[in-house]
Design a binder for this molecule. Structure first.
Ligand SMILES: [Zn+2]
Length: 115
């Protein structure tokens, strides 16, 4: 009896964990992902796997391209000085909704790194 109970508890907590992830992701999708980038399989997985913060921009072609103009080659486009991405945000060259998604995914990447 007891082993069976343990097994069942473990199954429930697994399911709960997955459910939680799915919900978080669905909310992100709903609130932030107005663009098309999130619909690519790579990004869909990306929200749940470990990824370096430096790699997040690879999923945003317009940000990735702009980074060549940033003052620092390791710029993460958050609050660095002379950041071409932030400049492009101000001129409307990069959409705020896209940038918001980028920041959101950066947060995700940081959380994942801390686990
Ligand atoms: Zn930058």
């Amino acid at each position: 009896m007891q082993p069976g109970l343990n097994l069942k508890t473990s199954e429930i907590s697994d399911t709960h964990l997955k459910g939680k992830h799915t919900t978080t992701f669905a909310q992100m999708h709903f609130w932030h992902f107005g663009g098309n980038v999130i619909d690519t399989p790579g990004v869909r997985e990306f929200a749940m796997i470990d990824i370096e913060k430096e790699e997040v921009q690879h999923y945003f072609p317009e940000i990735f391209k702009k980074r060549e103009e940033c003052k620092f080659h390791n710029c993460l486009h958050i609050n660095e000085p002379k950041c071409a991405v932030i400049d492009a945000l101000e001129t409307g060259e990069i959409q705020h909704s896209r940038y918001a998604t980028y920041i959101k995914l950066m947060d995700e990447a940081e959380e994942a790194a801390q686990k």
